[in-house]
Design a protein. Structure first.
Length: 283
């Protein structure tokens, strides 16, 4: 099949799935970056030697890539070390990255013929990053960042998917939504302290949270939560952690304050006594 035909086929697959809906025949899997995922092959036969896993991605791989060919892993692919085939012919992907999103197709071949229909699995990857006015780097993919009170921080939550150009339709018709919530699960849109914006591009749905940090935000957790019809499918946790330097300049323990004041008072008395002794000797 030519490159153009592959691209057209992928477009038809996506359009067909949208018309069918997330609750339809196709399987949709939501996963956080860094986790492991198992993609089921719903049309597998008794022998996985007939199983071929094919990967499509309209942005990164518009041409079909065979990850598993008749039960044998293709070592020419860039991520072959993270892939494995289970005894039930499902595909395992270790340490999922935001580049793993896309359509995974399980196909069976018997005597070089396809006896049935393909089993499609759409993988959607959730990833969080941050940027701070006080950070030495502009962004971080870590779930924690060492910053200080009084600084502005922006948390970005990104859903990588081949459905991105239908972000608004997902919310309207399928009830798929990204939210920033606090530790209690309350939507932070209701709090005027946070500025929350939504956007999308060719392959991502994006929701950002921007706020100015307070002293009490140390070790505070925020979550980017993905829901489908009000049911949580997955979430990314983000915890703010102040550095030791920030803690010492912004919050001093009361007992520490007493010690510092006592030492300072003793130092003043010693200096005064030393001055009197020197004056007496001089007299």
């Amino acid at each position: 099949m030519s490159d153009k035909c592959d691209l057209c086929l992928l477009g038809l697959i996506i359009l067909s799935s949208l018309l069918t809906g997330i609750s339809g025949v196709d399987d949709h899997v939501f996963i956080n970056s860094g986790e492991n995922v198992r993609l089921s092959c719903n049309n597998s036969l008794s022998d996985c030697k007939s199983t071929t896993w094919i990967y499509y991605n309209s942005f990164r791989h518009p041409v079909a890539v065979e990850l598993i060919t008749k039960g044998i892993k293709n070592k020419d692919t860039e991520r072959h070390e993270r892939l494995s085939l289970e005894s039930d012919c499902s595909l395992n992907i270790k340490n999922v990255t935001e580049e793993d999103y896309g359509l995974y197709r399980c196909r069976q071949y018997v005597n070089d013929r396809q006896p049935g229909t393909d089993a499609d699995v759409f993988l959607h990857v959730l990833h969080a990053s941050s940027s701070s006015s006080s950070s030495s780097s502009s962004s971080s993919s870590s779930s924690q960042t060492e910053i200080s009170p009084g600084r502005s921080v922006t948390l970005s939550c990104q859903l990588y998917s081949d459905y991105v150009f239908f972000c608004d339709d997902w919310v309207s018709y399928e009830g798929v939504e990204l939210l920033w919530v606090n530790q209690a699960g309350v939507d932070l849109k209701t709090d005027s302290r946070y500025q929350i914006l939504s956007s999308s591009d060719q392959y991502r749905c994006i929701i950002t949270l921007t706020t100015t940090l307070l002293n009490e935000d140390d070790n505070r957790e925020w979550r980017c939560q993905l829901t489908h019809r009000n049911q949580v499918k997955t979430s990314v946790r983000y915890t703010v952690k102040y550095s030791a330097q920030a803690d010492s300049t912004t919050a001093v323990n009361p007992s520490t304050q007493v010690i510092v004041i006592s030492v300072a008072a003793v130092a003043v008395l010693l200096l005064a006594l030393f001055w009197l002794i020197c004056r007496k000797r001089a007299g």
